[in-house]
Ligand binder design. Structure first.
Ligand SMILES: Cc1cc2nc3c(=O)[nH]c(=O)nc-3n(C[C@H](O)[C@H](O)[C@H](O)COP(=O)(O)OP(=O)(O)OC[C@H]3O[C@@H](n4cnc5c(N)ncnc54)[C@H](O)[C@@H]3O)c2cc1C
Length: 473
């Protein structure tokens, strides 16, 4: 029988819920294991991505690939059981209802699983007992294990505009925050969040016209057709054979990747298909769904393996990878639904959406003045920040991250988030590897390459539950 253990799960988004679900559904689960799940009442069971918000905000992964259980049809079945149409891309709000439902049934069906509403303010480590003292709502509780599943760091503020009148630092929930905006409106960023904002403002006719400003102007690609990919070269087996002195050289990874592209009939030039003209690039993807779909599915098939091998690259290779190859993978990693791309093209052609690249600077004043590298100047009344979260923990020193950093329980990873080992045990600069503390999700972006989509998070939480049981025995 496993020894008794008390575990705290800090953060009840997809990662926290799925970690608990894998722990309680494991054969080794016994009544000796107590699990306390912490989050605030509004976010619990959903996290910021799937909270109550506009129905125009869609999941970017087909419904059949978004699920929390081992059963791939779980979300579809839930939609049908709840009289929602099982469409290919549901609203994110509906997915949030599903995940909240999952969390509630975990708590209801397992008397040792508890939800404790409230944010965790502090965690201290006692190296004598190996236990953690957690503070929430001014109360202390002691745990043998702590899971940091707290999601992303704070929203970034790349032009230091927070607090300026007319500046919206974080656009979510859009239905509340973007409902009644003054004058000419611009969005900073051109990723999935920027698309959310544009869709909400234009589909709901909240605005006649919006601007999207960014450095590159590049948007995620458009999801192509389904493709069956058979991995022959970039396999775990081959990669293991390449490990020497605990490292894998980037040059070998590149070679395997290129061979895998060829073996799956994907032209290398697809990686460099972008022209710099955003709308033309979206149209290209829509006109070549088969070819683009093969590339997307290859990247998705490689994602779990790549997420593991990333830990075997030297620092120099990681830096080179992030600079030279990551942007190419990133463009093809989280594609937008075709329906979303069609609308963007339509709005751009009607002049309702103006995409401005080469953004260089913003000056605040009566209005925001946005300058591009070509010397153009745009005057905007309301500016929405859709640039996403920071990756550097030193830019998020409020709250629990700041407290953990202050106690030297967590350390900064230069590639984002915190230092963890290959088992996702947190590495403390003071104490060393903390066998009882795990992290996964937004906090481990520097270790788990491209691993914040639901389908990959749930694969990683399964491994995490396994690591937990390994520590218990
Ligand atoms: C706008 C948006 C849209 C997205 N759309 C998709 C999509 O369509 N498909 C997809 O696969 N992925 C999508 N993602 C990726 C998304 O990150 C993951 O799907 C997933 O939601 C991440 O889950 P998580 O549990 O790791 O983090 P989160 O969902 O961020 O959950 C972390 C939780 O921790 C809580 N927390 C933080 N600090 C504390 C504390 N001190 N004490 C207690 N609780 C705390 C937070 O309140 C939060 O509820 C999207 C992300 C965003 C931001």
């Amino acid at each position: 029988m496993a020894r008794s253990a008390k575990a705290a799960v800090i953060g009840c988004g997809v990662t926290g819920i799925s970690t608990v679900s894998h722990i309680v559904n494991d054969d080794r689960y016994t009544a000796n294991i107590q699990l306390d799940m912490y989050d605030n009442e509004v976010m619990a069971g959903k996290g910021p991505a799937y909270q109550r918000d506009s129905g125009h905000l869609l999941i970017n992964i087909p419904s059949g690939e978004m699920y929390l259980d081992d059963d791939g049809s779980d979300y579809i079945q839930w939609l049908e059981a709840n009289d929602y149409p099982a469409v290919r891309y549901t609203s994110r709000e509906q997915f949030g209802e599903y995940t909240r439902d999952k969390m509630e049934s975990l708590v209801r069906d397992n008397e040792n699983v508890h939800f404790i509403p409230g944010m965790v303010e502090d965690v201290r480590f006692d190296s004598g007992t190996g236990q953690f003292k957690l503070t929430a709502d001014g109360m202390d509780k002691v745990y043998d294990f702590v899971f940091l599943t707290m999601g992303m760091l704070r929203y970034s503020d790349p032009y230091s505009l927070e607090g300026e009148e007319g500046y919206i630092q974080d656009p979510y929930p859009v239905e509340e925050v973007l409902d009644d905006l003054e004058g000419e409106t611009g969005i900073i960023g051109s990723g999935l969040s920027a698309i959310d904002c544009a869709r909400f403002l234009l589909l709901g006719n909240k605005k006649e016209r919006v601007f999207i400003f960014s450095r590159s102007g590049e948007m995620p690609s458009v999801r192509g057709a389904h493709a069956d990919i058979r991995l022959q070269y970039f396999t775990k087996g081959t990669l293991c054979s390449l490990v020497e002195n605990d490292e894998i050289p980037l040059s070998s990874l590149k070679q395997l990747f290129m061979r895998e592209m060829e073996a799956n009939g994907i032209d290398h030039s697809l990686l460099w298909r972008r022209t710099g003209d955003t709308i033309q690039d979206l149209k290209y993807d829509m006109a070549h769904p088969e070819a683009v779909g093969r590339l997307h599915h290859l990247i998705m098939a490689l994602n779990p393996i790549f997420s593991e091998v990333f830990q075997y690259l030297s620092r120099t290779d990681k830096r080179k990878f992030m600079k030279e190859y990551h942007p190419l993978i990133d463009e093809n990693h989280s594609p937008m639904p075709k329906e979303a791309a069609e609308k963007l093209v339509e709005w751009a052609e009607d002049g309702r959406l103006v995409i401005v690249d080469g953004m260089e600077n913003v000056a605040a004043g009566d209005r925001f003045s946005i300058r591009t590298d070509e010397g153009e100047n745009y005057r905007i009344d309301t500016l929405i920040n859709a640039t996403g979260p920071v990756k550097d923990i030193e830019k998020d020193m409020n709250g629990l991250i700041g407290a953990l950093h202050d106690h030297q329980l967590i350390g900064r990873n230069e590639f984002g988030g915190i230092m963890v080992d290959r088992r996702r045990n947190v590495i403390s600069p003071n104490v060393g590897t903390l066998k009882g503390m795990f992290a996964l999700g937004g906090l481990t972006v520097g270790a788990d390459y491209m691993s914040t989509s639901v389908w990959i998070l749930i694969q990683n939480t399964k491994k995490l539950a396994g690591q937990f049981y390994d520590q218990l025995t």
